[in-house]
Design a protein. Structure first.
Lengths: 285, 276
């Protein structure tokens, strides 16, 4: 216990306390005018009422779920595809797997900057390549058009997410004994059958844990959106995390920002709860 | 047999092309940082800089205090590393070595804290730090980044301690070590690969942080490289070659660090993920 205690105390003090304090702030009226006051005024649910009176919070929630959903769909499926591919025995598999993870250590600030640059409407690399391949006749307004901006963000986040998912799923694949595949081959199973009948079912626990981790990490993405689109154009890419930040640190409505952050937390708790329920059901079956 | 050989050949080719394509964006900004301003958006697009220049480096880096930025990034990263390892490794060892009834609960707590969004912490932390008077110091971002690195260190190093034979620790005790010296002298050196992975990643977390630094430290002289970069990207009129030069110099150290420790990091991430 003596070894565990310092770390645990640190976390309770620096995470536990702020989480509770955040709840308190969201029930008070703290903004740039009242921050210097000794005693904050208790206002009950007024901040939440304010948030939900506006359509903004619903739009932001919808966008957060949309962003998370598509990111997970692509990074999980493509990550799995790559993991299975690199699990075959050929020379370049191992070095490539390692090298691709370089992407994951690049700071999100730089990732955002790289893609903001490549998604430029005029003279950006992506439009130039698409035009030269005659796939499009007009440059796409990647970061200017509301819908395309969201797609650009999803593409960018997947660029980081795919290698990471691939590494975690590779670890799961290594846990499957090759003997199972060998005996399946003897029984005449082809690659397709092997994938759906052996790989997928045995990898299920690994996929589930990567899925829930992915959902949680994608749900709270901040740096990428903040640097690449800062929620724009016209709030089309505002997510719960960036919205909360904007309320607190651009508008200095700390209590409203705290309330928005709690909406984010509540969504995460609901997702985690659904996950636990799903796992229980799994075990019963 | 022949089919197998063809598959391998094809797979190797696909892999090389795919990896190159995935990594190309990083190379692309590095290449562009050596182009003069007008060439960056000139048509037709040039792959290699036609008029190679170091202008972006000489003009923007010095004027934006890049050396101070390096120092700031390094200090925050080292702070996160020291706090993360110091508290995290000890916790991981305690959780692995001593079977306690509450172990599962404590482990769960670490896991949950790791998953909480930074945006949830920002407002309360800002108000708390402001009351403590540690806004605009190195302490603020270090304290906050460490809340990410400690749980991460616990998750990645605990499997190493779980795999160590208990007899080893008992033998050290008989030879006159107490719980603490046995941990420091015997167990820690054996768990070195895990500690290296966890340390490297803690450093990277600190180096890569934008949001805590940007929120708590508004003084220009305390800005790490990520904050300097962000401030060079206003809504209109981004100085692209300057930003790209800055991005290049800020990712080089961590890419080198990653390549040196690649096997450790890939293995460590996988170990942590499989375990839980």
């Amino acid at each position: 216990m003596l070894f565990v205690l310092p770390g645990l105390l640190y976390m309770l003090l620096l995470i536990g306390y702020p989480v509770i304090y955040n709840l308190v702030i969201s029930l008070q009226d703290v903004n740039v005018m009242t921050i210097r006051n000794k005693e904050a005024v208790f206002v009950g649910l007024q901040n939440y009422r304010y948030l939900f009176k506006e359509d903004m919070i619903w739009q932001v929630m919808k966008q957060t779920f949309t962003f998370t959903f598509w990111c997970i769909v692509f990074q999980l499926s493509l990550g799995l595809l790559l993991a299975v591919f690199f699990n075959q025995k050929f020379r370049m598999a191992k070095p490539a797997r390692g090298l691709l993870l370089v992407i994951w250590v690049v700071p999100m600030t730089v990732v955002a900057l790289i893609f903001k640059f490549m998604f430029q409407t005029d003279g950006g690399l992506i439009n130039t390549v698409l035009m030269n391949l005659h796939l499009i006749s007009q440059p796409i307004q990647w970061l200017v058009d509301a819908k395309m901006a969201m797609i650009s963000l999803i593409i960018t986040n997947c660029w980081v997410g795919i290698p990471f998912n691939m590494i975690l799923l590779s670890a799961g694949l290594n846990g499957i004994s090759p003997e199972i595949y060998e005996s399946a081959s003897i029984d005449g199973a082809n690659g397709f059958v092997k994938f759906f009948r052996i790989t997928l079912p045995l990898l299920r626990p690994a996929i589930m844990s990567v899925l829930i981790m992915g959902v949680i990490y994608t749900f709270k993405v901040f740096d990428l959106v903040y640097v690449m689109t800062s929620g724009g154009p016209n709030n089309a890419t505002e997510l719960l995390s960036t919205y909360s930040y904007r309320l607190s640190f651009t508008e200095y409505q700390f209590s409203r920002g705290a309330a928005a952050a709690n909406v984010l937390l509540l969504c995460l708790v609901v997702l985690a709860f659904l996950y636990v329920k799903m796992m229980r059901k799994d075990e019963v079956m | 047999m022949k089919k197998r050989k063809m598959f391998r050949g094809l797979a190797n080719v696909i892999t090389v092309v795919l990896t190159a394509a995935m990594l190309f964006p990083i190379l692309w900004i590095m290449l562009n940082s050596f182009k003069p301003g007008p060439e960056i958006f000139a048509q037709p697009i040039t792959l290699l800089p036609e008029h190679f220049t170091l202008e972006a480096y000489t003009k923007y880096l010095v004027s934006n205090h890049v050396f101070r930025g390096y120092l700031n990034s390094f200090l925050v990263a080292m702070g996160a590393l020291a706090t993360g390892l110091g508290l995290g490794v000890a916790s991981a060892y305690g959780l692995a070595r001593y079977a306690m009834r509450r172990n599962r609960l404590i482990m769960l707590l670490f896991l949950i804290t790791q998953m909480l969004p930074a945006s949830l912490m920002l407002t309360p932390m800002y108000l708390i730090y402001s009351r403590l008077g540690i806004l605009n110091t190195y302490i603020a971002p270090v304290l906050s980044v460490a809340t990410v690195s400690i749980p991460f260190v616990v998750v990645t190093t605990r499997p190493f301690f779980l795999n160590l034979p208990r007899d080893l620790d008992d033998a050290a005790r008989i030879d006159g070590c107490n719980a603490f010296t046995s941990f420091l002298r015997i167990m820690l050196p054996i768990a070195k690969p895990g500690v290296i992975t966890a340390g490297a990643l803690s450093f990277i977390f600190g180096w890569n942080d934008l949001v805590y630094n940007m929120t708590f430290n508004t003084k220009p002289e305390l800005r790490p490289l990520t904050s300097i970069m962000y401030n060079l990207m206003p809504k209109e009129g981004v100085k692209w070659n300057g930003v790209m030069a800055l991005a290049t110099v800020s990712i080089l150290p961590i890419i080198v660090l990653f390549l040196i420790l690649q096997d450790f990091i890939v293995g460590g991430l996988a170990a942590g993920a499989v375990k839980e």
